[in-house]
Ligand binder design. Structure first.
Ligand SMILES: NC(=O)c1ccc[n+]([C@@H]2O[C@H](COP(=O)([O-])OP(=O)(O)OC[C@H]3O[C@@H](n4cnc5c(N)ncnc54)[C@H](OP(=O)(O)O)[C@@H]3O)[C@@H](O)[C@H]2O)c1
Length: 314
């Protein structure tokens, strides 16, 4: 029988000559949750696809992208550090990718490589599904100005937020993100917003008017500080929603404190799940099984937690 079986992340995959390959390119890539999430979804819908992770050096990026076309891959996710540098090698960009200036998903449409950005969609859906809040007419306060901030700020403008306020440790980076937002918001007939200094007093002035408070910095990842200590909690309105792009840990100290004080919180894990769900839909044309994808990443985290605890005991 022309059928091999492969045990992959707890799932039995059937691989044959018709199996379609998708995956993720980045560097480093061994931490990626995407293979676990997508392979669980393919398995649940009995789709003949397999998702792999590829570590690609910057100098090899063009060759890697040509390989998508040459080998007939259905598509690929793109992660750090290639989200912007990959653009010149693509045939077309979606309006979101063009606006955000970065690509996290490539779809191979009959040899034509189209770049999408599903991160902003992931952010919007995470807020909607986990906290029941939409971006339209909301005041969004964004801490940070890196890659995640670009997608989140861009999506906020695209979805009709009333204002976007940025703060970042390195002012120049916030300035460059605001310039980018100004260009994009002109296209959407929106006001882009403003930058405020990286200090508690400045934050105190904006927080009473903020509906959605977003951390996009890496503060809160293991060993990388605690943003909760810098938030003037007494200045935040009662119905504000907190979002943290960080998803390792799944619930940062920033979110834990917000939750303790009675605010709705949304973990970056859901942005990850929904950006993946959108990519899945682009590649397969099928409705993504969100609950399966969520269960796969939560199970992965639970197992990893057990393994880490085991290591600490040894
Ligand atoms: N949930 C998701 O789907 C998703 C998607 C993308 C990213 N993320 C997560 O979002 C986080 C940021 O990723 P990124 O791609 O935006 O990274 P990035 O482009 O490298 O940007 C990092 C940001 O963090 C700030 N920062 C880092 N350390 C800091 C510190 N000690 N104090 C103050 N600011 C600090 C940087 O400020 P400076 O400009 O001053 O350096 C910059 O604003 C990561 O945890 C990543 O895993 C999640």
């Amino acid at each position: 029988m022309n059928l091999k079986k492969l045990y992959f992340g707890g799932i039995i995959l059937k691989i044959d000559a018709e199996t379609r390959l998708v995956g993720v390119i980045g560097n480093p890539i061994s931490h990626s949750l995407s293979p676990v999430m997508h392979n669980a979804a393919f398995d649940a819908l009995a789709l003949n696809y397999i998702y792999m992770a590829f570590q690609v050096e910057k100098d090899d990026l063009e060759e890697a992208v040509k390989g998508i076309r040459a080998l007939g891959l259905a598509g690929i996710n793109v992660t750090i550090p290639h989200k912007t540098c990959v653009i010149p090698f693509l045939d077309e960009l979606s309006p979101e990718a063009e606006m955000i200036g970065a690509v996290n998903t490539i779809f191979n449409r009959n040899g034509k490589l189209i770049g999408y950005n599903t991160d902003g969609y992931g952010f919007e859906m995470a807020l909607q599904e986990q906290a029941g809040i939409c971006l339209k007419d909301k005041n969004v306060f964004i801490i940070g100005a890196g890659g995640a901030a670009h997608a989140i700020a861009g999506q906020s403008v695209l979805s009709g937020a009333s204002s976007v306020t940025l703060t970042n440790r390195t002012f120049e980076k916030a300035k460059s993100l605001m310039e980018f937002l100004n260009r994009s918001s002109c296209r959407c007939n929106q006001n882009a917003g403003k930058i405020i200094p990286w200090d508690k007093d400045a934050w105190r002035s904006i927080l009473p008017h903020s509906d959605i408070i977003v951390n996009t910095t890496s503060i809160g990842m293991k060993g990388q500080g605690n943003l909760a200590l810098d938030i003037p909690w007494d200045s935040i309105k009662k119905d504000a929603v907190f979002f943290d792009a960080v998803y390792t840990p799944m619930e940062t100290l920033f979110l834990k404190e917000a939750k303790r004080l009675g605010y709705k919180v949304v973990s970056g894990l859901y942005m990850l799940i929904y950006q993946g769900a959108r990519a899945f839909e682009l590649w397969t044309g099928k409705r993504p099984p969100i609950e399966v994808m969520e269960k796969a990443v939560l199970t992965y985290f639970a197992r990893k937690g057990e393994q880490d605890a085991e290591k600490t005991r040894e």
